[in-house]
Design a protein around this ligand. Structure first.
Ligand code: HSE
Length: 307
C-alpha cells in the first residue's frame, strides 16, 4: 500500500480588529489534515472526505482546486489522490476553508518533491479558498500556510509581510455553535466609509503593528479596535457585546470578531487572564443555551506542516 503524505493546516483569526482583509494570525489548533498518496493512475482525485459535507469534484472543492492549480502550473499529470479530514466547522470564523487550501498546497508540493516554496504556494491556496467564499482575500490563507501574524499589504500581488509578535501574547477564541457564511457576512457590509472612519482605522492598524513590533502592550491595547466592520456584523452574533465586555473587564488587550464570525477572539498578555476569559465566554453562551468551544492558543509561528 502506498504511504501518504499527511499535513496539518491550522485555523486562523482574520482581520484582528482593525485589519479587515489585510491582517491575520495562525492558531496552534484546531486544524485540517490533508493526506496525499501517489498512484499509478494519472491525474488528481479526491478519494475521501471526513468531518463535513464537501464536493468530491476537485473543481468545486477548495483543497481540490488548489491541488489542480499547482499541478497545472507545474505541468504534471502524475497520479495523486487526496483525503480531506475536516477538523473544524464551516462558517465558524476560524478560516476552515483556508486551512484546507493551505493544507492541500503544502501536501501536493511535498508529494511533487517540493519544487515551490511556501510563499510560492500562497497564490494557489488563495485561489482555492475563493471557491468557498467567492471573495479573493488572503488574511486566513496566508497565516494558516506561513504561520505567525501576516500583513497582506496588497491582496492582488500578494505582497505579504510577517509581523513580529511578543512572546507573551496569548489568544482566547470562543466558537459559539452557530454558522455564519462568509459570503453573507461580507454581503451586509457597506461599500463606502467616512473619511473620519478611515483615519481612525488606519491609525489603529499602524499602531497595532508598531505595538507588536516593539512589544508595547499599551499600544496594542489602544489599537485593537474596529470601528468599521465590527459594528456592522455584531448583530449576527448573539451576545457579542456581552462577550466583549467580559473580555475587556477581565484585562484582555482587545476583543473582536474572528474573521467573518461567529467566533470571537481576545488577545491577552498572560495565560491566566486568557483562561479566565475563556471560562466567562463559555458561561455566557451556556447561560443563553448556546453551545460553544473555547480555544486557548499562542500565535502559531509554523503554519501548515508535515505530520
Ligand atoms: N477578512 C475576511 C472577512 C475573513 O472578514 O470577511 C473571512 O474569511
Amino acid at each position: 500500500m502506498a504511504v501518504g503524505i499527511k499535513v496539518f493546516a491550522p485555523a486562523s483569526v482574520a482581520n484582528v480588529a482593525c485589519g479587515f482583509d489585510v491582517l491575520g494570525f495562525a492558531l496552534e489548533g484546531p486544524g485540517d489534515e490533508i493526506i496525499i498518496t501517489k498512484t499509478n493512475r494519472k491525474g488528481f482525485k479526491i478519494t475521501k472526505i471526513t468531518g463535513g459535507k464537501l464536493p468530491y469534484d476537485p473543481e468545486k472543492n477548495t483543497a481540490g482546486f488548489t491541488a489542480l492549480k499547482i499541478m497545472e502550473h507545474l505541468e504534471t499529470d502524475i497520479g495523486l489522490e487526496m483525503e480531506i479530514h475536516k477538523k473544524m466547522p464551516f462558517g465558524s470564523g476560524l478560516g476552515s476553508s483556508a486551512a484546507s487550501a493551505a493544507g492541500a498546497a503544502l501536501a501536493i508540493n511535498i508529494a511533487l518533491g517540493e519544487p515551490l516554496t511556501k510563499a510560492e504556494l500562497l497564490p494557489f491556496a488563495v485561489l482555492g479558498e475563493q471557491i468557498a467564499d467567492g471573495a479573493y482575500h488572503a488574511d486566513n490563507v496566508a497565516p494558516s500556510l506561513l504561520g505567525g501574524m501576516i500583513l497582506i499589504r496588497d491582496t492582488k500581488s500578494l505582497d505579504f509581510h510577517k509581523i513580529y509578535v511578543p512572546d507573551g501574547l496569548h489568544v482566547v477564541v470562543v466558537h459559539p455553535h452557530i454558522e455564519i457564511l462568509t459570503k453573507d457576512s461580507r454581503g451586509i457590509l457597506k461599500k463606502e466609509i467616512l473619511l473620519s472612519q478611515h483615519i481612525k482605522q488606519s491609525a489603529n492598524l499602524a499602531g497595532l503593528i508598531l505595538g507588536m513590533q516593539t512589544s508595547n502592550y499599551e499600544l496594542i491595547k489602544n489599537s485593537l479596535q474596529d470601528d468599521i466592520i465590527e459594528p456592522q456584523r455584531a448583530h449576527l452574533i448573539p451576545h457579542f457585546y456581552k462577550i466583549k465586555e467580559a473580555a475587556l473587564s477581565q484585562g484582555a488587550l482587545g476583543c473582536s470578531i474572528s474573521g467573518a464570525g461567529p467566533s470571537i477572539f481576545a488577545l491577552c498578555d498572560n495565560s491566566f487572564i486568557a483562561e479566565n476569559i475563556g471560562n466567562s465566554f463559555k458561561k455566557i453562551f451556556s447561560e443563553n443555551r448556546i453551545g460553544s468551544d473555547i480555544i486557548l492558543s499562542r500565535i502559531n509561528q509554523e503554519g501548515t506542516r508535515l505530520i
